[in-house]
Design a protein around this ligand. Structure first.
Ligand code: ADP
Ligand code: MG
Length: 327
């Protein structure tokens, strides 16, 4: 164990933990170690770029498992590529570390590269400095520009779909914060959803040419779907009782199921819209990518987001998704 700038310097740290041999035949011409990385974009395609930062104490608990952090830091970024329908190419990593702790770095790199390899994303560069723990990743993907799943592409008449399940990450968070009692057999799956989100990259790719608009659910369905509605200048009606609840949330009472499925964050599922005549194609795309999808409502003209119960009765549930500047 050492400190950046003392026993292990920045360059040794990068060489030991974040430099791997470039894969031949891939899009990466030049990786970690030069002034810039050189990355090819497939002919006729456009770069898709997104950045997400994880700050200790804000996005994860102090003392969090470094392997899970490595996974999550990349997962939340790949989730943005998924929500655009982009194919991951590579990512860069800006890391502020309080100390060069070998055990921490090995665990972090393990979680990071396991997920990177699963999605064919290579680490192409970054920056490393001493400071309060802060993990900032930028992902680079590619896609034909005309199939991008943009937030402004929802149309009245579209159906609204959600992948996987919602709410368990929020339930796990509140249980770990001591705000809610949760049986140990439920805490395990719920905290797994919080700590190890699975970016729906395969589904995003499979939805190219099928879905209209998409977004990944990071702050809660109501807030995130709200972004699609705002950008597309449309409204929606959502059936709160049709929402697919996570394994742990499914065991809770109905008011909590609705609340966390609608407004829980950190699930990293995809919410997307597609024309009704694409329903079979949506199901086929889901099957091909190994993730379930559920139809949860409809896009309508106007600008209101309405929520009903399973009988179509209007529910008065205000959207209050997580906002970092609200408190
Ligand atoms: P510069 O002085 O140009 O900013 P650095 O000394 O910061 O370069 O980095 C040296 C090389 O190591 C660069 O190629 C950079 O992309 C890479 N690098 C630095 N930190 C990381 C990291 N955390 N992960 C991957 N590559 C990194
Ligand atoms: Mg630098």
């Amino acid at each position: 164990m050492g400190r950046i700038g003392t026993t292990m310097n920045e360059f040794e740290l990068i060489a030991q933990y974040f430099t791997r041999p470039a894969r031949s035949g891939g899009s990466l011409r030049l990786g970690v170690g030069d002034d810039c990385a050189l990355l090819d974009v497939p002919a006729g395609e456009t770069l898709a770029i997104s950045t997400d930062m994880l700050v200790e104490g804000r996005h994860f608990f102090e003392g969090s498992d470094p392997e899970a952090l490595g996974h999550k830091a990349l997962a939340v970024n790949l989730s943005d590529l998924a929500a655009m329908g982009a194919q991951p190419l590579g990512f860069s990593l800006a890391l502020a570390l309080p100390a060069a702790d070998a055990g921490w770095l090995a665990g972090f790199a393990h979680g990071l590269f396991a997920l990177a390899d699963a999605h064919g994303a290579q680490l192409i560069g970054g920056d490393t400095t001493r400071g309060p723990l802060n993990i900032c990743i930028t992902v680079y993907g590619s896609l034909p520009a005309d199939v991008a799943l943009r937030r402004d592409a929802a149309r009245p008449g579209d159906e609204v779909w959600v992948s996987g399940t919602l709410g368990d990450a929020r339930l796990g968070l509140e249980a770990l914060q001591g705000k809610r009692l949760l049986d140990r057999t439920l805490l395990r799956p719920a905290s797994a959803r919080l700590h190890r989100p699975e970016p729906r990259v395969g589904l995003g790719l499979a939805l190219r040419g099928i879905a209209h608009a998409a977004i990944d659910v990071s702050d809660g369905l109501m807030g995130d779907l709200g972004h699609i509605l705002e950008r597309s200048r449309v409204g929606a009606v959502i059936d709160a009782d049709a929402l697919p609840c996570g394994e742990a949330l499914s065991t809770q009472e109905v008011a909590l199921r609705r609340e966390f499925a609608l407004n829980g964050g950190d699930d990293y599922e995809l919410c997307f819209t597609a024309a009704p005549d694409q329903a079979a194609a949506v199901q086929a795309a889901a099957q091909a990518s190994g993730v379930r999808v559920t139809r949860v409502g409809n896009i309508v003209a106007g600008n209101a987001l309405k929520v009903t119960d399973g009988d179509g009765q209007m529910l008065d549930i205000a959207g209050h998704s997580f906002d970092h500047f609200s408190g």
